[in-house]
Design a protein around this ligand. Structure first.
Ligand SMILES: O=CN(O)C[C@@H](CC1CCCC1)C(=O)N1NCCC[C@H]1C(=O)Nc1ccccn1
Ligand code: NI
Length: 185
């Protein structure tokens, strides 16, 4: 199982690399990685398991964060207590087909399991995206996402391109955002 010890931190060169596209069929190794990435998110969102293994709760984990420079990320956006997740997929070779001009930013700012420091400030991202990805069997999917799920997916796809959330924070005024940016509570 993946634990925090497997997650590389800011300063590790892999976090700044462009990850390699995958071809199908996926290798056994990459099929196992897909499972392990999603398992980490499930474990991290289970209070008992997270406490037992000292896991930071996460809604996304990209392969580069465990030092595997390939275009694969797991996303697990939970629904309300006892409800189905809002978005639960392992995305292979994800692409943003189109995105809204309108931006959105999380009111709390962002963090990252690979960044062991707080970086205050808004992270402006597209509020709505049209996402295209492949599942583990190589089937293509296309889905429109908005608000929080869209923010999460953009944070993860950034990892596949060597981008970290604080790259988007305005250096002069971290809490300034482009005109019309939605601040998501
Ligand atoms: O690349 C992936 N990462 O770095 C894990 C990040 C991804 C999110 C950060 C902002 C958008 C995507 C992550 O999940 N976090 N960032 C650091 C600590 C908090 C944690 C988090 O937001 N946890 C959470 C939120 C709601 C419900 C359950 N858990
Ligand atoms: Ni991250």
């Amino acid at each position: 199982m993946i634990t925090m010890d497997n997650i590389i931190r800011e300063g590790h060169p892999t976090l700044r690399k462009r990850a390699e596209k995958l071809t199908f069929p996926l290798s056994e190794e990459n099929q196992k990685l897909a499972h392990d990435l999603m398992e980490f998110l499930e474990n991290s969102q289970d209070e008992k398991i997270a406490e037992k293994y000292h896991l930071r709760a996460g809604v996304g984990l990209a392969a580069p964060q465990v030092d595997r420079s390939i275009r694969m990320t797991a996303v697990l956006v939970p629904g309300a207590e006892g409800e189905d997740p809002i978005f639960k997929h392992v995305l292979v070779n994800p692409t943003i087909v189109s995105e809204s001009v309108q931006k959105a930013a999380l009111a709390e700012g962002e963090g990252c399991l690979s960044v062991d420091r707080d970086v205050p400030g808004y992270v402006p991202r597209a509020d709505r995206i049209k996402l295209r990805w492949f599942d583990l069997d190589g089937n293509e999917h296309v889905q429109r996402l908005k608000d929080y799920p869209a923010i999460v997916v953009q944070h993860e796809i950034d990892h596949l391109n060597g981008i970290l959330f604080f790259d988007h924070v305005n250096k002069d005024n971290p809490f300034s955002v482009p005109e019309g940016t939605l601040i998501l509570e």
